[in-house]
Write a protein that binds this ligand. Sequence first.
Ligand SMILES: NC(=O)c1ccc[n+]([C@@H]2O[C@H](COP(=O)([O-])OP(=O)(O)OC[C@H]3O[C@@H](n4cnc5c(N)ncnc54)[C@H](O)[C@@H]3O)[C@@H](O)[C@H]2O)c1
Length: 250
Amino acid sequence: MFSVNLKGKVALVTGAGRGIGKAIAQGLADSGAAVAVNDIDAPSATLTAGILAGDANPYVADVRDSAAVEKMVDKVVADFGRLDIVVNNAGVEPRASIFEMSDADWHNAIDTNLNAAFYTSRSAGRIMRVRGEGVIINIASIAGHNIPIALRSGYVASKAGLIGLTRECAREFAAYGIRVNAVCPGVIETEMTTHLRQNEAQIKKWLEDIPQGRLGIPEDVVGLVLFLSSDASRYLTGQSINVDGGKVML
Ligand SMILES: NC(=O)c1ccc[n+]([C@@H]2O[C@H](COP(=O)([O-])OP(=O)(O)OC[C@H]3O[C@@H](n4cnc5c(N)ncnc54)[C@H](O)[C@@H]3O)[C@@H](O)[C@H]2O)c1
């Protein structure tokens, strides 16, 4: 596994109770960072924090709530003394035709996948700019680039917005030494994609379009996040990079 040294750094990972966020939290902890494990689900946040190497605390908060995010970021800094890395990973994927989609499902996608990243970037950015350094990584999706997916309008719109927010934050925060990038996974085997993986015809079609011939696993996303978290990527900001076995080639 690719390794970086993040000793002395403090990272906050949202939605880290399971799936990709949990693997990212593990990768950051194994690299020496202290990790603040956020999730809306208290038991899974506690469970993830409990298995990490080194310092780790659970932070139960709904990232759709801007006041809760601000409070959480302040608490992380109070607990660990600093904040170096934020990974905006929490996400939801409501599925419905546009004709049938409820306001609640639409807003849930935009609030969780896009607005939450704005809240954390604003709160963490204010703290990072004082020290003149920091890293923000947004877990977007190839769906935010140019891969429309049936029945996922809220998801695709939110991820496209997240890539836009990544660029705007990168442009504005660069003057303060803060780098902002997006990671865009393809289909990764997590609870979010259980329904897709149960549909044999659909999965066969996806696999035909993936040159590497397999779906991803959460650990496939971790190496890029570690690289973007470290000084090895110090001249890289405002980018959105696919991790998808070659499905999308820009
Ligand atoms: N799995 C994939 O194929 C795939 C592909 C591209 C992008 N992504 C993105 O990666 C991220 C992680 O996806 P995953 O597959 O691990 O999903 P998952 O559903 O397995 O995990 C998502 C986690 O986010 C948490 N969460 C949801 N809403 C929250 C909220 N309001 N506040 C705090 N935590 C909340 C959940 O409790 C859960 O622990 C998401 O942003 C997703 O859109 C996933």
